[in-house]
Structures are given as C-alpha cells and as structure tokens.
Design a protein around this ligand. Structure first.
Ligand code: FAD
Length: 519
C-alpha cells in the first residue's frame, strides 16, 4: 500500500461517535459540563443515520395517572415485549427518565403534535396506556426525512454550545492504554487523512446494523460499526440474535417502508399465484402482528411463491380511491395509479448491542454506548416508540456521565496509534479483493440464512463463509485510500454479521424476534 496519509491529532474531553439522536443528545449534555466536546460522524451531524428516517414516534409517561398510566406500567410493557430478558436496570432508568428527556427536547425546540395545550398522547400496540407521542414533522417536505424535525433543533444547540463537529470521518477503532480508553481513530472519507482523537471518554452512538443485510429500512450509513468498534476494544455485546424485521418494504422505485395501516382498510397480501396466503399463518390474516406477517412474507418467498423480484404483492384494490387519497396521501401519490406493488420483509432494528449499565457504561473504562448501538433495553423484542426515546434518554445520561468522568481524569496517556488499521495486515501482501462483491454476498447470506426463520445448518454456513472472508480480507492487498476505507468498512460489517449469526446459533429456542425452525 503506497499511502502516506496526513495525521491530524485532536484533544477532547469527551468524544462522541455518531450524529443521530443519541449522539446529538450526548454532545449537548456533555457540553454543559465540560468545554472540549467533539462529535465525529461519517455522515453529516443531524442529517445521517436512522433518526432522520424515523416515523417520529416516542413513548414516554409524561404524567402519572394519565389514562391510568405509570412509570411502572411502561417498565412492565417493555419487559413483556422483551420476553423478560431485558436489562431491568436499564428499563427502569429508561422509563423513569423518559419524561425528562422529552421535556429537554421540547425546551430545545423540537415540535410535538399537541392537543388542548398538552403533547398529544395516543395508544400504540403493546403499550397498555396512551403514551405514544409524535414529533410534528409537517414542516419537513420529504417523507423519507421526517426525522429532521427532531434532529435540526439539536444541531442548532450543538453549534451554539461550541461542540466541535467533525464530519465525513469513518471511525475505525477505539484506542486503549492498560484497559482504559485513551482515544479513537478514524479515516477521512475524502482526503488521505487519519484522525486521532485523544480523550478519556468515548461514546459510541453509531446506530444499528441495517447495512449488514441485503434489504433493510435503514439509512445506508448504518452498518453496525458501533458494535464492531466495541468488540475490537474488548467490550461485550448482548442479545445480538434479536433482529427486528419490517414486514413490507416496497422495492420501488421509490423504495418505501410501508405502513401496516392500509391493511385495516382492506389491503391484502398475495403470492405470485394470487393466493391470499395469510390465511395459512394467522386467524387475524393481514391484521396479524408485524413479526408474524414478516415471517409469512419471508416463508412465501423462500418457498418459491414470491415474485421474480423476490417479493410478494401488496394489493390495495379493495380500498376505495377516495380513502387512499385521503388517508394515505403520501403513498397514494407514490403509487401513481397502481393498485398492486411488490413488497418484501426487511431488516429494521437491532434489539441487541453493546452491553451497558444504566449509565451507558460498557465494561471498558471510559467507553460508553447509547441509542441503537447499546443493547439490553429491549430484550427479545421492541415496542414502538421506545427506540427514539432510548436514544434521547441514554444519549443524555451517557453524555453527562462521560463528561463527569472527563473532569475527574487529570491526564490522558499518550495515544499509541500506529498499530495496523482495522482489518488489514498493513495491506502489502496477498491478492486484491473485489470488496463490493464480498459485501453483496455477505448481505445476501445475512438476508437468507440469518434472517426471519433460522436453522442451525444455515447459521453455521453463514458463520463459516464470513470467517473465510475475514481471513481473505486480513491478508489482502490494498492499493489506495479508497480501498482502505472500503476494507475497513467491510471488516466491521463482517464482524457484526458474525456476531449476529453466532448469537443466533447459540440460542436454540425461538424467543421474541428470534425464530428457530427444527434443525
Ligand atoms: C424507517 C424507520 C422508522 C423508524 N421509526 C421509529 C419511530 O417512529 N419510533 C422509534 O422509536 N424508533 C423508530 N425507528 C428506530 C429509530 O429511528 C432508531 O433506533 C434511532 O433513530 C437510532 O438513533 P441513534 O442516534 O442511535 O442512531 P442513528 O440515528 O442511526 O445515527 C447513527 C450515526 O452514527 C454515524 N456513524 C455510524 N458509524 C460510524 C462510524 N464508523 N464513524 C463515524 N460515524 C458513524 C452515522 O453516520 C450517524 O450519524 C425507526 C427506524 C427506521 C429505519
């Protein structure tokens, strides 16, 4: 490899990796306590990751007694959905702090839908009381980026507080000295530049892992890096086998995450023979829960009853046009007169992640995780609205704790940053690999063998293919900066794919979102 990158060294009290809701909240809270806070993201702060793609639903108990609700009930509902394997300490902290986090968002200028002078609270499946709030995104034009209503006010605060924002840097590893965090390192995506951050406290807020799967609802930059960074630093992961799939993503163009609401108005699912197959999967037909429907769609496709595009049909014929145009105006305009579209299940959310305590601390001194990167809150399955609230709550808590820690640490040892970069053996030997081909193959394997219905043989096959790719990648030749970036990114994806497949292999029984068929 003939690259001599420039090295940029930056000191920080707290370093936050990720510019979504968790990262922005961490930065804001940390900057209220210490002066030198740096937020680094491989995209743009507040304009990358899954937060901007979200539907803006947030679950929180704002007032004890409203609709009979209480913090205890939010805890109970979350643990029930998670099949009792949640980190109970996290759940309690989460439910108790949710109201404070929402108030903080309101103070920062995030608009919520209102009713009679209060935040509008609705019911939602799995929540026993009305506690589902919605960020008002009416000012955002594109239906794909409604979450900007949530992030943009936070970006303004980050700037106002003087947080240094570094964009377009792929962070590749957390640096340690004698089991303590001393910094982190990343590669500039545009210039041949290595960024080395010297800090005692790093918060991983890199989101989930949609990019590890062939089809996902996630933003393209969400590729599981937070899990890979934690693994490489020696921190533990948990619950990685629990991956939530969305039942129906329209393959497009445009690619759309379909709401399940039209099923209540008469939309139905059909296979390539025109058969309304949900009759074989649930007495509730298309009103079945999302995981039952996702598995049914997956089964139909796998059994060869899907379309040529590896999908099934969502048929709106029974819904009167005036209902479509009134109730589903965004969808109606995208359909452009079509009554049937092709949809497929897609990876949506990671329940598992980096193991943390109720303060967002991992088992490595100085390393934190927040938002979708952290694992434990949701257990085996997630309730709607709990993910955004999680990012706000634990972003806030981790930001504060990391800043307090930074104040206590007098000096950070010098960063040793000359060890080989993530996943490459100095890049001087071996053959040149077709990285994009490997990426495609791995995503397909994850989408087929580590997806909605799993069995031991296929999981073992997935693990073995991934291990083999890792070996090849480690010994491959890297010719230029772009290839180095691609190798590092792919290596992280392979680590995460392997972690998910290994965890799924270990859990022999079906539980929550993890479904094992007979081996
Ligand atoms: C279509 C869709 C709809 C959803 N709707 C809802 C909803 O209504 N309610 C709800 O509760 N949840 C919802 N979710 C889930 C929720 O949006 C996410 O869990 C949440 O936004 C995650 O926030 P985050 O800050 O943890 O990560 P993200 O918002 O994903 O941000 C991750 C950040 O990390 C950066 N990053 C990643 N890797 C690196 C790296 N190596 N180096 C530097 N930077 C890196 C990214 O560029 C990005 O800035 C939805 C998800 C999707 C996909």
């Amino acid at each position: 490899m003939n690259i001599a990158p420039q090295k940029v060294e930056v000191d920080a009290d707290v370093l936050i990796i990720g510019g979504g809701l968790a990262g922005l909240m961490s930065a804001i809270e940390a900057a209220r306590i210490v002066r030198n806070v740096v937020l680094v993201t491989k995209g743009l702060a507040g304009k990358s990751g899954n937060t901007i793609m979200s539907r803006n639903g947030m679950a929180a108990v704002l007032e004890e007694g409203y609709d009979g609700d209480s913090v205890e009930k939010h805890v109970e509902d979350t643990v029930k959905a998670g099949k009792q394997i949640n980190n109970i300490n996290m759940v309690e902290v989460f439910a108790k702090t949710a109201c404070e986090a929402i108030k903080r968002l309101v103070d920062l200028g995030v608009p919520f839908l209102m009713e009679n002078g209060s935040l509008l609270r609705k019911g939602s499946p799995g929540h026993s009381c009305k506690r589902f709030l919605t960020v008002d995104s009416s000012a955002v034009r594109s239906p794909q980026t409604k979450g900007l209503a949530l992030t943009l006010p936070l970006v303004r605060e980050v700037v106002r507080l003087g947080v240094r924002v570094v964009e377009g840097v792929l962070m590749t590893d957390v640096l340690k000295h004698e089991d303590q965090v001393v910094g982190a390192r990343g590669l500039d995506r545009k210039k041949e530049k290595i960024w080395v951050f010297r800090t005692s406290s790093v918060i991983l807020a890199c989101g989930g892992a949609g990019g590890v799967y062939f089809l996902s609802t996630n933003s393209a930059d969400v590729t599981g890096d937070g899990y890979a960074l934690a693994l490489r630093a020696g921190a533990g992961l948990r619950d990685m086998e629990f991956v939530q799939f969305h039942p129906a993503v329209a393959l497009g163009p445009p690619r759309m995450v379909m709401s399940t609401a039209p099923f209540a108005d008469g939309a139905v699912l059909r296979n390539k023979y025109g058969e309304r197959y949900m009759v074989h999967y649930s007495p509730d037909m298309e009103m079945a829960t999302r995981d039952v429907m996702a598995r049914a769609n997956f089964n139909e496709i796998n059994a060869g009853r899907g379309t040529e595009q590896v999908s099934v049909y969502m048929d709106f014929t029974a819904i009167p046009e005036e209902v479509m145009s009134k109730n589903y105006s965004d969808l109606y305009s995208c359909l452009k007169g079509r009554q049937v579209i092709e949809v497929a299940p897609a990876m949506h959310f990671m329940m598992g992640g980096v193991a943390v305590d109720g303060m967002g601390r991992t088992d490595i001194d100085g390393l934190y995780a927040a938002g979708e990167t952290a694992g434990g809150l949701h257990g085996a399955n997630r309730l709607a609205g709990n993910a955004l609230t999680e990012a706000a709550v634990f972003g806030m808590i981790a930001g504060r704790d990391a800043a307090q820690r930074a104040k206590r640490i007098k000096a950070v040892p010098k960063v040793i940053s000359d060890r080989p970069l993530f996943g490459q053996n100095n890049g001087t030997k071996g053959s040149t690999l077709n990285v994009s081909e490997i990426r495609k193959t791995v995503r397909k394997i994850m989408g087929k063998k580590v997806a909605l219905v799993r069995n031991g043989a296929e999981l073992e096959e997935a693990v073995s293919v991934i291990k083999d790719f890792k070996k090849q990648l480690f010994n491959s030749n890297i010719r230029d900066w772009n290839e180095l970036l691609e190798h590092c990114q792919l290596f992280m994806m392979l680590d995460v794919g392997e972690a998910i497949a290994e965890a799924a292999l270990k859990r022999k029984e079906s539980l929550g979102a993890h479904y094992r068929e007979e081996d």
